[in-house]
Design a protein around this ligand. Sequence first.
Ligand code: PFF
Length: 445
Amino acid sequence: MSNERGNWGSSVGFVLAAAGSAIGLGNLWKFPYLAGKNGGGAFVIVYLSLIVILGFSLMLGEMAIGRRGKSDAFGSYNNIKKGWGFIGIFGILCCFIIYSYYVVIAGWIVKYIGMFIRGGLTEDPVTTFGNFISSGTSPIIYSFVIVVVTALIVLKGVSGGIEKASKIMMPILFVFMLIIVARSVTLPNAMEGIKYFLKPDFSQITPAVVIAALGQVFFSLSLGMGAMITYGSYLPKDTNLVKSALCIPVLDTLIALLAGLAILPAVFSFGLEPTAGPGLIFITLPKVFASMPMGNLFGIIFFVLVLFAALTSTISLLEVVVSFVVDQMKLDRKKATILVSGLIAAFAIPNSHSFGPLAELKVFFGLNFFDFLGYLTDNILLPMGGLLLCVFVGFIWDKEDIKREITNDGEVAFPFFSVWMIGVKYLGIQLLALILLQAVGVVGS
Ligand code: PFF
């Protein structure tokens, strides 16, 4: 049965694909602006601590569920324990929703690559960005480009499509990242930015910073939404899960830190503000490129690397939903991919219009469509999925059975099993409950 579902061709291929899922706009677009807004080093230190405490543990838990359950996110939970598939449904829903807004931002990246190829900014970057995202049809077309490219890769299956694409895009991404960091940290005054990014000011650590960092850990590692379950389900029985679960958070964090080092020193060097929020890479950074020798070339390199990061993530977002449709509704991969991609394209329209004609249309809690979906996934569905994952691993799935799965029937040493279990059961559940309580207003920030 596993052959019909597809398999990874090699462990390296799996690690690159899973790291590709994790490394995305979350690292390159969100992490630097969250750090910029939440006190720089203070945010970074909280983020790193949470990655160590939770990132590895939950990554391992999800991969083990997938490899044991050998099905999509719903089917895997259900195969391990009947009646628990609903946890996977949260994840699948979450991936669908995230994908529908993620494509909008990824589409903007395509537009910016074109702009730098044609010679860079022609007017003030605030005007350029504002006019583009609110222009109605054009950003929608760019988001459709992402939907189509992602679908073409997922159509080709696990090893022939996802793994192959990751093996090409991920190494290029790493090299391009190093080029940009080398350029940024050698600019005049770059040290100011490096200090801001890496020097923690502990007085800036507030509950709001902790909650923002926690949400970011989940989003960035693609946790709590079935992505690692789905990718884990294509793993052979002899893969060392512990090693893979360590590798992916390390790579993901490395890229997030490099992204900070690529962006913040350059921003400081040109005397700009790091607190621009979502506009940081679309407004502040193009200003930096415009003032730098060979700035257009660096602009192209930067946005191509962001595009590759985004694509390896959209692939996994689509794969989670497609594998559910294939496994549970028994459609073939081609039909499932076309069906889901069509629905995503339809949802991308109101998401994109939230920056233009629908900006003022408040859907819920005074938020427009795009902001509401972001709030729903980051503050409710994601922590809920993570919390239920912890409950499942900590209390529902038989301990001995988990141990056998993680250690490949005793072949792989994992002396920290009990510590890991305590972390999942107590820390994981409490921290996630905190985000949920904050989201519904019980805990203030
Ligand atoms: N981890 C991705 C990022 O940091 O951009 C986002 C993501 C991808 C979330 C895939 C969830 C997922 F299933």
